[in-house]
Design a protein around this ligand. Sequence first.
Ligand code: AKG
Length: 290
Amino acid sequence: MSLSLSQINSFHQNGYLVARQILRPEDLDPLISDFSRLIDEIAEQIYQEGAIQSLFEKEPFERRIASITAATGKSIQSQVSFPVNLRRPLFDFLHCDHLLDIIESLVGPEIYSNPTHHVRPKLPESVGMDDWIQQSPVHQDAAVLMPEADDTLVITSWVPLVDATEKNGTLCIYPRLHTGAIRRHVKCPYGWTIADDERPTGEPIIVPAQKGDVILIHGRTPHGSVPNRTDHVRWSLDLRWHDARKPGGRPLPGMLVRCTDQHITRYEDWIQAWQDARADPTPRKIYRWI
Ligand SMILES: O=C(O)CCC(=O)C(=O)O
């Protein structure tokens, strides 16, 4: 279902929108099952290597990766995230009609899946893992794209795979700050964050979202996420989209997922494009700030 006119207006007024109950179990379950299978495979491999003494097979999806990480003391999260994970169920989810229908409401019928996607199993703080998946300090997504995309409306869709709350590390958003310039960002241990002197004043809004909801964020809206103070993993995906005819600002393989008069990118071509990109030694500038 498309967004209503009032939802579209609200998005443009506030710089974000929580679209409620867009995704059904049949959209999310195949993806969650594949993440579980992938964690099985990773667990089996590091068990064989002797890094863990248990496979933690009985642990539910919301706990298992945390238990494995706590046992190894090493982050395995990037192995489940894009672009290490280019598995078919993720590709299929990037074509989910329920998701693309709401994206189309904002960017039009020619939709490009920008290669800036992440899968984030945000672990309980108590596990003590301190990396870019666990911490998301305040930033604008447009700032991590190259300036060629500054005039492109790049939408982030934030997709929780479990209910996301203030306690388990949902997003915090500064509304109505998306109409100004891209703020200066500086490198921090977790990626990029808005420089102190350009940081929004005041407090952000904490935005809970249930499994099935999608939070849509304008590329210039400052946002981040709060700590996960529970004992379970806050699984989510953040995916970026724009009008396929406009520049996306990330010189890595994206793909055409919806269009009116051309063929969309096939799975095999997407995989090949990533193989080619990985094999290409030409230096690529990915961030404008360095
Ligand atoms: O999922 C998170 O914790 C942060 C996500 C985020 O900041 C983003 O999608 O840009």
